[in-house]
Design a protein around this ligand. Structure first.
Ligand code: TRP
Ligand code: ZN
Length: 881
């Protein structure tokens, strides 16, 4: 059987795609649902009593979603009911129902065997739930869709010794002891909500309590639940929560609405965290931190994710999505809000740079690959596959463009109008944009194309200076290439934030008292003219990454250096450095392909030298300037991706920079290497970042000195950032001490899975041939747990995602290895499998040898008898390229 035949055959029995255009409101509404859980490891019973009303005129049957459930009984108005059918694809059709009735459904589930971590499952000793996007249907038969909002009450029954804490959404209303050592707690959530926001937790925890007084004077109880023994790692998360609550009041005028806010940290979780009403459930990675076990990045990540989930209380919970195609309504907006939160509390430029790196290193390639979709997708097979960088990060960029076009004041007026109009509703992205347009009186009709068009636009920029009449004219052409999901592309509304530098590096006045301007590119091609420009300016384009596009302008090296030194926007300075690096990366890749000598001119080195010695730049910004385009990000610079040439050219450049600036790196290292009490404060974080980057550059050149520094740093440091910084340098430089310091770390930390994740990720990113062999052995490591998504992402994900060159080994071993893990995971945890497959499906622009090797592996997956729809969707799209 040929490959094509088998692909078509499998597509035959295609799980159906769902389309946005098929949306219809529900025929039934549910006003209340009262749940009762009797918790046991393998046989938990769930009683669900709903008040249901028909809202459609026709007497249609009621379809309820349900998956992996054992049905015990159905009662209508308290009488046993049998006029229903179970539907194989996952649901139940109930016939001959009255207009309004009480529906009781009793089901049984098996939490201990649920390794997909969707629905009700066990994380270690605790019971917990994950219902977004469509997990509630694994708890009971229900109208599991986000536009059906009901008031939930929940009674949880469990063994009292094993599960002293029984938690659910809303406020606790009752509790008591029962026979056989069991007890119960009852909860009522006064806010109607869709089922995906339901949560239940039962377990034995340590608990950190606090309170927050809202700006209108209401006292809210805050509670953070963690595994026993982890109380010393909860302070930062609690502080972050209080900062989030205050920030949302100050910047968005939004206050918390319940009397209690709970966060539970669990070790087994597919994603980062979940915003369940009043009861967030978090991956413990985004809660637990103390200086010894968490890095600066962990501290910042915790603050951002705590903020993100908290901000969902308004943007997601009070106002939710009409259907899952509208996911970016809540996610894009909430990511924008958490990015603003981090920027207001920390360094705006450093945050901006980090977000842009994510876009360029990962979102651009997603948008150019087989899974390309607009931020509001039009068709979906498995919803879990659409919690993507596009929906989240590009979604946030789209909100940010609205913010740029409207300005803070009008944007906030738009937010107020959005809340006023839609509080308590399930709405669409169109509703959001309409509120922004109505509040600001700015026309956003064209802008809305960002919601329906996929792909990264290219903007080509040319200019002309006329020294006789002192005019400067600049022309933008936009072109978006066809993507896998969409052939035809239209012009978009692209905001271009611009500054012009004169020949002394000063910003030219563009309008009275203003040296910057936001141009609106709305056509395929457009020219803007500036008057009274006294000399040929250097254009500083897309300041702050004012649109998620790739742009090209024929900058000379000198012009880029001018921007690096003089642009008023720190992001632009960083971006000019990236552009300069990329320019020589492209040159050197071509040189390698044509067997010519590689080069990095003096002017390049001099430019970066002045960055390194600069006294007035934020050390964190300097560190970012020396964080060059990754091998992943570099692919987007080429039409045909030459894995080997990119690797070698990039390596040559880093080696060259390290060699020529060696003394300065040593000096920088020593200047910022300070022994003092750990504080996760932004200045200290910046210094540690620059110091540890310097150490890496030292390790590329002087192994002996680096070895000394690494050992001394590990010996003297009092925090994980510096410990890991030293290990990273030892790993990248393959220093003599590498295996000893890795072993010592292992011996110290082997019982702490979260800390070992850092160690596994280092092992997986070792720049050396034998890395894959090492990884295979590490599956037997005492700290490795295949079922734990964090462990798996650290070992397998870090290798496939970040160790680009070795993953793409031309012998195909990396592809084969990843595929073997995916085959195992397919039946255990398809959601995690489907996230790990990413580097295996973005192969279209690789060389023919690698393409064939990858296709062979994808075909192995395709013929699996029980291939989960999550992987099915991605594998078929990848093979159809
Ligand atoms: N809504 C969650 C967030 O934004 C995302 C999430 C958590 C999720 N767990 C999930 C999405 C499981 C899909 C499946 O943080
Ligand atoms: Zn979210």
């Amino acid at each position: 059987m040929s490959q094509v035949d088998s692909l078509e055959e499998v597509i035959e029995k295609n799980p159906q795609e769902k389309h946005l255009s098929d949306y219809r409101p529900s025929d039934y509404s549910i006003s209340t649902i009262d749940l009762e859980f009797d918790l046991f490891d393998n046989q938990t019973t769930v009683k669900a009593i709903s008040q249901v009303k028909r809202v459609s005129a026709k007497a249609t049957p009621l379809f309820l979603f349900g998956e992996s459930l054992k049905l015990l009984s159905v009662l209508v108005d308290d009488v046993d009911y049998s006029d229903f059918e179970l539907i194989e694809e996952g649901g139940m059709l109930i016939n001959s129902l009255p207009d309004s009735f009480k529906l009781e459904i009793n089901t049984e589930v098996d939490p201990a065997k649920n390794l997909a971590f969707e629905g009700l499952y066990k994380s270690g000793e605790a019971f917990c739930t994950q219902c977004e996007a469509e997990g509630f249907r694994r708890i009971t038969y229900y109208l599991d869709r986000p536009d059906v909002l009901a008031k939930f009450s929940t009674k949880v029954i469990a063994d009292k010794t094993l599960y002293p804490y029984l938690l659910s959404n809303g406020n606790q209303v009752d509790q008591g002891d029962l026979e056989g050592g069991r007890h119960f707690v009852s909860w009522v959530d006064p806010f109607p909500k869709p089922a995906y926001l339901f949560a239940l937790v039962a377990g034995d925890f340590d608990c950190l309590k606090d309170t927050y007084t809202t700006k209108s004077g209401r006292e809210v109880e805050l509670a953070l639940f963690v595994d026993k023994g982890n109380l010393d790692k909860t302070q930062h998360a609690m502080l972050s929560l209080k900062k989030s609550m205050q920030w949302d009041e100050q910047r968005f005028n939004l206050e918390y609405d319940l009397d209690i806010y709970m966060i539970v940290a669990v070790d087994f979780f597919n994603m980062g965290a979940m915003e369940n009403k009043g009861l967030n459930i978090f991956n413990s990675k985004f809660v637990l931190a103390n200086p010894q076990s968490a890095t600066d990045q962990d501290y910042l990540g915790i603050e951002a994710v705590i903020g993100h989930e908290y901000f969902h209380n308004w943007t997601g919970n009070r106002i939710t999505c009409r259907d899952w195609f509208q996911l970016s309504l809540k996610e894009g907006l909430t990511v924008f809000r958490d990015q603003e939160f981090s920027s207001d509390l920390g360094s705006r430029s450093v945050n901006r740079i980090a977000n842009v790196m994510t876009m360029r290193d990962h979102q651009f390639s997603e948008d150019a690959g087989p899974m390309s979709h607009p931020i509001r997708p039009e068709s979906v097979m498995e919803m879990n596959n659409f919690y993507t960088l596009t929906v989240y990060e590009k979604g946030s960029e789209v909100i940010r463009m609205l913010h740029t076009l409207l300005g803070e004041e009008k944007f906030q007026q738009g937010m107020q109008l959005y809340v006023q109009r839609h509080d308590g509703q399930a709405v669409t992205c169109d509703d959001f944009v309409a509120a922004m347009q109505d509040a600001s009186a700015i026309d956003l009709i064209l802008f809305k194309r960002w919601y329906s068009q996929s792909g990264t636009p290219n903007v080509f920029v040319t200019d002309h200076y006329n020294n006789i009449n002192n005019t400067y004219q600049i022309t933008f052409k936009q072109k978006t290439l066809p993507t896998a999901d969409q052939a035809k592309k239209l012009p978009l509304h692209i905001p271009i934030d611009i500054e012009l530098l004169d020949n002394k590096g000063n910003a030219i006045e563009l309008s009275k008292g203003r040296t910057t301007r936001v141009l609106s590119l709305t056509h395929k091609e457009q020219t803007f003219v500036f008057q009274n420009v006294k000399s040929k300016p250097v254009p500083c384009l897309f300041r702050g990454f004012s649109a998620p596009v790739k742009y090209q302008y024929a900058y000379s090296d000198e012009q880029l250096l001018d921007i690096m030194s003089f642009a008023s926007d720190e992001f632009s300075r960083w971006d000019a450095g990236q552009t300069l690096f990329n320019k020589y990366l492209v040159k050197n890749v071509k040189a390698l392909q044509q067997k010519e000598a590689l080069e990095l001119p003096e002017i390049f080195i001099d430019g970066f030298k002045s960055v390194l010695v600069s006294e007035n730049l934020d050390p964190a910004l300097i560190a970012d300037m020396f964080t060059f385009t990754s091998e992943n990000g570099a692919r987007e610079l080429f039409e045909y991706v030459d894995i080997d040439a990119i690797h070698h050219a990039r390596h040559f450049m880093l080696q060259e920079i390290a060699t020529q600036l060696h003394e300065l790196f040593v000096d920088t290292y020593l200047r910022h290497h300070k022994l003092k009490a750990y504080q996760a404060d932004i200045n200290d974080i910046a210094e540690r970042k620059l110091k540890n980057i310097s150490l890496i550059f030292i390790a590329l050149v002087d192994k002996k000195l680096a070895n000394e520094y690494v050992l001394a740093q590990i010996d003297s440091c009092n925090n994980m950032t510096d410990h890991l910084g030293a290990l990273t340098a030892a790993n990248i430089g393959l220093l003599p001490c590498r295996s000893d310091v890795m072993k010592a770390f292992d011996d110290t930390w082997y019982e702490n899975g979260l800390v070992m994740d850092k160690w596994f990720a280092l092992q997986a990113s070792m720049p050396c041939e034998k890395v894959l062999n090492n990884i295979e052995n590490l599956f037997n490591h005492r700290s490795f747990v295949f079922n734990n998504p964090n462990r798996l992402r650290s070992l397998v994900g870090a290798f496939a995602q970040n160790n680009t060159y070795h993953f793409h080994n031309i012998d195909g071993s990396g592809y084969q290895f990843l595929t073997e893990q995916l085959i195992k995971l397919n039946s255990l945890n398809p959601q995690v499998a489907s996230r790990l497959i990413t580097p295996l499906i973005q192969f279209k622009r690789l060389d023919e040898v690698r393409i064939q090797l990858i296709k062979k592996q994808l075909n192995r997956l395709l013929v699996l008898p029980d291939l989960a729809v999550d992987l099915y969707e991605k594998v078929t799209k990848a093979l159809a390229q």
